[in-house]
Design a protein around this ligand. Structure first.
Ligand code: SME
Length: 149
């Protein structure tokens, strides 16, 4: 499933479109081709403020366009600088619910020159769907994003 997506990602990373378009194209590619990815979006740090702003995404609209550092899964990754895999969102107390259909979530940070500048966030309607393969794949996505952002 992931193998065929790597060359497609490389084409997006290298193309001449603007960053917003590339990010949206990545969201669409992932949401369309990976059955357990039901909402795919990017959050980026708002300048030097300790908050994340919603960037391009594909999936249901969310009210959570600003997330303070430390709040929810996304806000925790902004502070920890580490991947966060949530097999079952019901088991998390520091979680921001966007939709009752969401069962699990994965967030992987994006580093530019060693600085955590944002993240990719995936929501899934499947319980416990994420493996090491997802993490490796999403780390590749984040490295590619760091190369053009
Ligand atoms: N669930 C996230 C909030 C963002 S939505 O999933 C789009 C969180 O707990 O940080």
């Amino acid at each position: 499933m992931f193998t065929a997506l790597y060359p497609k990602l490389d084409s997006i990373f290298a193309c001449t479109h603007d960053s917003e378009t590339k990010l949206k194209t990545i969201c669409t590619l992932l949401e369309k081709n990976i059955p357990h990815y039901n909402w795919v979006g990017f959050y980026f740090r708002n300048g030097e403020k300790e908050e994340l702003l919603l960037g391009p995404y594909v999936g249901a609209p969310t009210d959570h366009t600003i997330i303070p550092f430390g709040k929810g899964i996304c806000g925790q990754v902004a502070v920890s600088n580490k991947n966060f895999v949530v097999p079952d969102v019901k088991a998390q107390d520091n979680y921001i619910a966007c939709s009752i259909s969401v069962k699990s979530e994965i967030v992987v940070p994006i580093f530019v020159h060693g600085k955590n500048i944002g993240q990719i966030d995936i929501d899934s309607e499947t319980i416990d769907p994420f493996t090491k393969e997802d993490e490796t794949f999403l780390e590749y996505v984040c490295k590619g994003v760091a190369s053009f952002i």
